[in-house]
Design a protein around this ligand. Structure first.
Ligand SMILES: N[C@@H](CCC(=O)N[C@@H](CS)C(=O)NCC(=O)O)C(=O)O
Length: 221
């Protein structure tokens, strides 16, 4: 039995959750609140002091990218071809770069300042905006619809889908759902991925912010 432990939000754990779901392994989705997080930390259960962690029959894995790659291998969506795998890794790294520029805004306490910082990231020369535009170029060049042009989805798709559309869920002050309209190619990609039967089935249950992963999520924006 595998057990993923994280907060209820998608955040750093969603790609792993989705990959575990795509795999055939039996897994448990354990969610904690802040007190639960502190208790795990004090009990020494968090190797590096952060969530998510994944408990496996062999031991605990920490660091979201490590969990994600492990779960993607279980799901059989790690390409065997080394070049293709490197292209997947390239995209994962690039996405990390603009994701971390967004994550720094979590630590801004003043709300107006936080909103201004996020608006700047989505401005014409903003890191997130440029990252999303670059992702649009990649996906529109794909002959198959999947980011790396593979026959089936790869980990790059799982991370792009779960990480990108979450930005527009409304849970982040300064970023609203209508802003996704600036990315028409990403909206087409959303349509393609959200209608994949495996993804559609997993997100059919919805959830507070997971409406962003459902087909037509942004249709009325
Ligand atoms: N490098 C870690 C970062 C994870 C991270 O920042 N987790 C946050 C929750 S989203 C956390 O555990 N924060 C607790 C804290 O800052 O004390 C990873 O990728 O797993």
């Amino acid at each position: 039995m595998h057990e993923l432990i994280y907060f209820e939000s998608p955040g750093y754990a969603e790609p792993t959750r989705l990959c575990l779901e795509l795999s055939q392994v039996s897994w448990k989705n354990t969610t904690v609140d802040w007190d639960g997080f502190q208790a795990l930390k004090q009990n020494g259960e968090l190797p590096w002091g952060f969530l998510p962690i994944l408990k496996t029959p062999q031991g605990t894995i920490a660091e979201s990218d490590a969990l994600m790659r492990y779960a993607a291998a279980l799901a059989g969506i790690e390409p065997e071809d080394l070049y293709v795998r490197a292209k997947v890794d390239e995209l994962l790294d690039v996405m990390d770069e603009w994701r971390s520029s967004f994550s720094t805004t979590f630590y801004i306490e003043d709300l107006d300042e936080k909103i201004a910082a996020r608006k700047a990231l989505f401005a014409e020369d903003g890191k997130v905006h440029l990252g999303l535009k670059a992702l649009e170029t990649v996906v529109s060049a794909s002959p198959t619809g999947w980011l790396v042009g593979t026959k089936d989805m790869t980990l790059a798709d799982v991370k792009a889908f779960t990480g990108t559309f979450m930005l527009f869920s409304g849970q982040f002050d300064g970023v609203d759902a209508s802003m996704v309209q600036a990315y028409p190619e990403l909206l087409k990609y959303h349509d393609f991925v959200a209608n994949d039967p495996r993804i559609k089935a997993y997100y059919d249950r919805g959830g507070e912010v997971r409406w962003v992963y459902q087909p037509d999520a942004f249709a009325s924006e």
